[in-house]
Design a protein around this ligand. Structure first.
Ligand code: DAH
Length: 339
């Protein structure tokens, strides 16, 4: 009996009917009242008592196995029959169109990654600001033109609520509640009351960096700038610093890099000077440290700020600033393989 069960099991296992009718024939052959499996149950009566337990178990297993197998065969054939005959299952999948990252995001991430290798971490602040964080704490004189409605978008006058004009506001926010060492990089959007043209926009993006600790020197600033320039624009990039003025730094400088289009030989992009300006920087003015509650006799620091659009123009030669905010797919798709 056990042998017979095993034999039937093997037989059922190897069944491969071609259509649903054949499945039904097989069901009748094995599982109907007079089917082969059912007949075995009749024979079971004559099995000696001491074998009943073992044989009964195998028999039940066989019945379950046969039922499941037949059901599975039927389900398979049924789903195959409902398939659309015009479907070609061997065809390669339709490609899913890949999106692309915005060029400003690509460049912002690259700047962050370069500074993070120097130990800087990202800090963020609000775009809707007050006078203190955007101007007063940063040593802007009371009559500085940036405080004028012509240059800055004011939401309210007293008390002052305005759209930040630079990410330097994040410097003062962080310094107010952090004891040095501070090493932060602050990316974000800024707003200025400018007529929109190819070269100016009423909003754009900046990255600010700030390092405050004991004994931070101008040499640290210069080395950081050189590292950044070479990581961003290539290892043969040269930098030069020109004296400049910002209310919140003393001394202040502007940094140029050797033109990355002509390698410094002079071309129309660098107006034949061989240099292009990329950022402002300087040693944090002691007045700013004090305004933010940091003892300027113990600590010193450097700061720098750059426009992300400007760096992107240099990397990808985007001539018209407006393209960054027009969402023209033809423009955006050009950056598909960039990162
Ligand atoms: N905030 C300046 C601007 O918007 C950029 C800048 C210059 C930031 C010098 C700095 C700096 O931190 O040290 O034009």
């Amino acid at each position: 009996m056990i042998e017979k069960i095993a034999q039937l099991k093997a037989e059922i296992e190897s069944l491969s009917p071609n259509d649903i009718n054949e499945v039904e024939q097989l069901r009748i052959k094995y599982l109907s009242k007079k089917g082969e499996v059912s007949l075995l149950f009749n024979d079971f009566r004559s099995v000696p008592l001491e074998q009943k337990k073992e044989v009964g178990k195998s028999l039940n297993e066989l019945k379950n196995f046969a039922t499941e197998k037949i059901n599975a065969l039927r389900a398979n054939l049924e789903s195959a029959e409902t398939l659309d005959p015009t479907l070609d299952l061997t065809r390669t999948a339709t490609p899913i169109p890949l999106g692309s990252r915005h060029p400003l995001s690509i460049v912002r991430e690259e700047i962050i990654s370069i500074f993070s290798r120097l130990g800087f971490t990202v800090a963020e602040g609000p775009e809707i600001e007050d006078d203190w964080h955007v101007f007063s704490s940063l040593n802007f004189a009371a009559d500085h033109p940036a405080r004028d409605m012509q240059d800055t978008f004011f939401i309210n006058r007293t008390p002052d609520v305005l759209l930040r004009t630079h990410t330097s506001s994040v410097q003062s926010r962080v310094m107010e509640h952090t004891t040095p060492p501070i090493r932060i990089i602050c990316p974000g959007r800024v707003y200025r009351n400018e007529a929109i043209s190819a070269r100016a926009h009423c909003f754009f993006h900046q990255v600010e960096a700030l390092y405050v600790d004991k004994n931070v020197s101008f040499a640290d600033l210069r080395q950081t700038l050189l590292y950044f320039a070479r990581e961003m624009f290539g290892s043969d990039t040269r930098i030069r610093l020109r004296p400049s003025y910002f209310p919140f730094t003393e001394p202040s400088a502007e940094m140029d890099i050797s033109c990355n289009l002509c390698g410094g030989k002079g071309c129309s992009f660098c107006k034949h000077t061989g240099w292009v300006e990329i950022l402002g920087c300087g040693m944090v003015d002691p007045n700013v440290l004090e305004a933010c509650g940091i003892d300027s006799k113990v600590y010193s620091g450097f700061a720098l700020g750059m426009g992300i659009e400007r760096i992107t123009n240099l990397k990808y030669q985007v001539k018209d600033l407006r393209m960054f905010s027009e969402n023209d797919k033809r423009f955006l798709e050009m950056f598909q393989s960039a990162h």
